[in-house]
Design a protein around this ligand. Structure first.
Ligand code: STX
Length: 316
């Protein structure tokens, strides 16, 4: 049998907004078969939002999936809002959404930043997680942040790095995240948007193994870029409100949870070292390091493993 691919495109059977307080309303959608195996999908960035193809990671006949735009992005409001927007607010939102869905436990599926959030949630509420599927693991430590925004990916993509540092004067380049954060939170809209596009274009340009012009274009759109860059930079300058190394340190809390970890060998933004560390700290989970693949879930070898994982858990 060949590589597993996405299930056919579907529309949600229900959508809405959930008021979570602090002025935030969370856009959610439910897809698949009402009452079937419950799952929640956690998107990347942070600030990346959900897209229709994420619905197709799950067999619609055997799953009842809730997807949502995390605070401040996608169709959640206020757009690009940073107040009361932290990892721990999102963990609380996932619990509110679970209660709204009326389920005791659910499968948690998260890629990239979604894996960071999934680990934060599962280590806080292990009894609420029936299975955990993680792709493009990111544990949000200082070396991982430096790798993407200071020194590392810069060595592999000098052309794109040049464009990323261009908006920042030389004397501020020793702290790129802080320099960007000042501009992304500027009162001047033109300053914010210019910084947002440069920040977002950098990430869009390094997340696939091979260039993807469609992705480059999506990441450069004003509304997407503003939410993505502001929220991501806000989370990262605050190190995700996590203690250094916390997610690996507390991985022993996952030991009763069936898990699958999928990571591309050539993942640029999220180097494999941290997925490997998670594998060591949580040996009960299946671990797949995919050769010839980068970061994006849409890369064939990664997608194949992810679909096999959702299919496998659908049978239980
Ligand atoms: N951030 C990686 C991440 O979570 C360091 C991510 N990067 N791009 C995305 O997510 C989207 C494609 C989901 C926007």
């Amino acid at each position: 049998m060949g590589l597993h691919t996405l299930y056919p495109a579907i529309e949600p059977y229900a959508t809405g907004h959930l008021d979570v307080g602090d002025g935030h309303a969370i856009y959610w959608e439910r897809c698949g078969t009402p009452g079937a195996r419950p799952a929640v999908f956690l998107h990347g960035g942070p600030g990346g939002g959900i897209s229709p193809s994420h619905r197709s990671l799950f067999d619609p006949e055997r799953y009842d999936v809730l997807l949502f735009d995390q605070r401040g992005c996608g169709q959640s409001t206020p757009h690009a809002g940073l107040e009361a927007n932290t990892t721990w607010h999102l963990v609380a939102d996932i619990e509110r959404l679970r209660e709204m869905a009326g389920v005791e436990k659910w499968q948690v599926f998260g890629g990239s930043w979604g894996s960071t959030l999934a680990l934060s949630y599962a280590e806080t509420h292990p009894g609420r997680v029936s299975e955990l599927i993680l792709r493009g693991v990111y544990t949000l430590t200082k070396p991982e942040l430096d790798w993407l925004y200071q020194f590392g990916v810069s060595e592999m993509f000098p052309d794109k790095w040049e464009a990323f540092v261009a908006p920042i004067p030389e004397n501020e380049r020793h702290e790129m995240m802080a320099a960007y954060y000042r501009r992304l939170t500027s009162d001047d809209r033109a300053t914010r948007i210019a910084a947002a596009k440069a920040w977002s274009t950098w990430e869009g340009g390094v997340i696939t193994l091979l260039p993807d012009p469609q992705l480059d274009n999506d990441f450069a759109q004003d509304a997407f870029a503003e939410a993505f860059a502001r929220i991501e930079c806000h989370y990262f300058v605050h190190a995700g409100w996590l203690e250094e190394g916390q997610l690996i340190r507390d991985a022993h809390r996952l030991r009763e949870i069936p898990g699958v970890i999928v990571h591309g060998r050539y993942d640029m933004p999220c180097p494999a070292k941290y997925a490997w560390a998670l594998h060591k700290a949580w040996p009960q989970a299946e671990f797949h390091l995919i050769e010839g693949a980068g970061h994006a879930y849409s890369e064939p070898g990664i997608l194949d493993r992810l679909i096999r994982a959702t299919d496998k858990f659908a049978e239980k």
